[in-house]
Design a binder for this molecule. Structure first.
Ligand code: NAD
Length: 435
């Protein structure tokens, strides 16, 4: 099977490399020449565990290649995946489909044989209809089936998620397109993964409903954490106590600084816009978006409070972790951004360390001093804040940290430490929801 991936970012590169690993012949296309040059040199444009090795093996095996030339990439393809970005549109929060539609026009002009054109990007309900219309307009004689196949992989565990997914959702009701999609995913089938076929619009909505539900779960436990702080309860035990109930499940019940990343913020917003356009209010998701937005900056105030009363101008805070979650270098909508801004607005200077995210973070943050490890971030600080739960922060030498700081205050926004261990090392402990 000959597969073309349009867009070689987090989703396109991981999916392309995994499809090649299944034995398909894959070509990944990207407009960004620097990205493609780097990939030709064996350098990954993103940090994702295991990706470098997977790409190298499949390039060497002759199953995976890269190009900036979309026409060359699409020629002869049985399946063309669109995996370009769908960021929030400036001004109104709708999904910006400019890249999807531009790619569609180019694909339509480049098709040389019957092919399925698949939206793997997260796109609002009805986008597949427009993709189909554009293909008919640009290439009236081309035979193409437009299918929705949203991606559910998580950054940091992307390869495992792609190869062993909970389910693969495919939106098409056409028998020929179904047969091609079955052939594309046949290697997964053997692993008995659930390949779920449904209508195209339904598949598009499943992706938004899934992300909105997960964002709701996180936001729910975050609000319960706030209540725990006031009433003297422990949110970790509340999470465990409710998560052990199979109807609820324990995942996405970790209280923290609010969700961020490249998907939840923009996808919840886009779902609100779709609902608004169809005059069907989705009030729960509205509340989730509002609560989460205000929470990120509130984390800045939490850190300031932990430093005590009064003016904090001239003080310094050490920040551990900048990326929106561990095992990625993705900084899009990371909670660290709003938190650091809030600290800087209060006249506090910031020293930060992140194992993989500094290069991306430096493009988004100003006035932050980046240092080489957690101990350098703690040096002379008036508070140290754990923002992202990288493994490297789970077993710090707390006595060394306490000894290096100006004032011994640890704010653990991911609840990775026990209060008693932190206090035994001579630090004041502030977790989330641990009243
Ligand atoms: P990304 O920004 O990392 O990558 C998109 C790539 O597409 C960029 O490299 C860009 O240069 C390229 N591109 C844009 N227009 C192009 C064109 N016409 N031709 C060739 N290349 C083009 O984005 P991403 O994080 O991989 O996300 C892609 C889509 O997948 C989004 O809709 C996103 O919501 C969805 N998604 C992302 C994740 C995730 O964890 N990142 C998970 C599931 C779904």
């Amino acid at each position: 099977m000959r597969i073309t991936m349009i867009g070689t970012g987090y989703v396109g590169l991981v999916s392309g490399a995994c499809f090649a690993d299944f034995g398909h012949d894959v070509i990944c296309v990207d407009k960004d020449a620097a990205k493609i040059d780097a990939l030709h040199a064996g350098i990954m444009p993103i940090y994702e565990p295991g990706l470098k090795e997977l790409v190298a093996t499949n390039v060497k095996g002759g199953r995976l290649s890269f190009t900036t030339d979309l026409t060359e990439g699409v020629a002869g393809a049985d399946a063309v995946f669109i995996a370009v970005g769908t960021p929030s549109r400036r001004g109104d929060g709708h999904a910006d489909l400019t890249y999807v539609y531009a790619a569609t026009r180019e694909i339509a002009a480049a098709l040389t044989k019957p092919a399925v054109v698949i939206t793997k990007s997260t796109v609002p309900v009805g986008t597949g209809d427009e993709v189909e219309r554009i293909i008919r307009e640009v290439a009236p004689d081309a035979k193409a089936w437009v299918v929705s196949n949203p991606e559910f992989l998580r950054e940091g565990a992307a390869i495992e998620d792609f190869k062993r997914p909970d389910r693969v959702v495919v939106g098409t009701e056409d028998p020929e397109a179904t047969a091609i999609m079955e052939a594309v995913y046949r290697p997964l089938y053997l692993n008995r993964s659930a390949l779920m076929f449904t209508g195209r619009r339904t598949a598009e909505l499943i992706k938004y409903a899934a992300n909105a539900f997960l964002a709701t779960k996180i936001t729910f436990i975050n609000e319960i954490a706030d209540l725990c702080e006031v009433v003297g309860a422990d949110v970790k035990d509340v999470s465990r106590g409710i998560g052990l109930d199979n109807r609820i499940g324990s995942k996405f019940l970790h209280a923290g600084p609010g969700y961020g990343g490249s998907c939840f913020p923009k996808d919840t917003l886009a779902l609100l816009k779709t609902a608004e356009d169809h005059e069907v209010p989705v009030r729960i998701v509205e509340a989730v978006v509002q609560v989460n937005d205000s929470r990120k900056r509130a984390m800045g105030r939490k850190v300031l409070r932990a430093m005590g009363e009064g003016d904090h101008r001239g003080k310094r805070v050490g920040v551990l972790g900048l990326t929106f979650k561990p095992d990625t270098d993705d900084m899009r909508d990371a909670p660290s951004l709003a938190l650091i801004q809030a600290l800087q607005d209060a006249g506090v200077s910031v020293r930060a360390y992140d194992p993989e995210g500094v290069e991306q973070a430096a493009k988004m943050l100003t006035g932050v001093e980046f240092v080489a490890d957690a101990y350098a971030a703690a040096a002379d600080a008036d508070a140290l804040v754990i923002v992202t739960e990288w493994n490297a922060f789970r077993a710090l030498d707390l006595q060394r940290i306490a000894g290096a700081m100006q004032a011994p205050v640890l704010v653990d926004l991911r609840n990775i430490y026990h209060r008693r261990d932190v206090e035994a090392a001579g630090l004041h402990y502030h977790g989330i929801g641990r009243g």
